[in-house]
Ligand binder design. Structure first.
Ligand code: FE2
Ligand code: FE2
Length: 185
């Protein structure tokens, strides 16, 4: 692991690409202000909801079963993910251009990147070794479904649960994502 070029066809390269996209969105929020910052923050919340739901529904349960110390590793990752959800709920209640937002956002940024690094090192790399290619590809397809449920630009005029997935606070977004994914995956 680590020497293979990311083709995007397996779940590990797919999620690692999302980690990179999340990192870029954190930077875009930090470099923006006002309405632009609100838009970038919404894009970040969307991607975090898509990404963490795919991990929690599809990847962590497998890692828990197949990795030697899977239980302990996944418990740690889940508690980090819950911390991030709490931090996002706090950020949602703050003025987006305030000093308090900046401080808390910087902390979340650091925590989420550390979380992603732990996943790549302790979980994804080892899953790549433990699972065969066809399983990794099937998991990628299931993870990619989460993206479909949360289109970046919903089609106008379509009134469906899909269009509502991204409404409201982050915790509610995640609940609806999980519902949608649970029915299809
Ligand atoms: Fe995660
Ligand atoms: Fe992740």
């Amino acid at each position: 692991m680590g020497t293979m070029l990311a083709t995007g066809s397996d779940v590990v390269s797919f999620l690692e690409q999302q980690h990179q996209d999340i990192k870029n969105l954190f930077e875009r929020v930090r470099n923006a202000s006002g309405e632009e910052r609100t838009r970038e923050f919404q894009a970040l919340r969307r991607l975090l909801a898509v990404h963490e739901t795919a991990e929690e529904e599809i990847v962590h349960p497998v890692a828990r079963r197949v990795l030697a110390d899977g239980e302990a590793i996944i418990d740690k990752r889940l508690s980090e993910e819950n911390e991030a959800k709490k931090a996002l709920a706090e950020l949602e209640s703050l003025d987006i251009d305030s000093n308090e937002f900046n401080l808390k956002f910087r902390k979340l940024n650091e925590d989420v990147l550390a979380h992603a690094e732990s996943e790549e090192r302790e979980e994804f790399a080892r899953l790549s070794d433990a699972l065969d290619q066809s399983k990794l590809e099937r998991m990628r397809k299931a993870a990619a479904l989460a993206e479909k449920f949360a289109p970046t630009r919903p089609h106008p005029g379509i009134e469906s649960p899909v269009a509502n997935i991204l409404a409201g606070p982050f915790a509610a977004m995640v609940d609806r994502m999980r519902d949608a994914l649970g029915k299809k995956a």
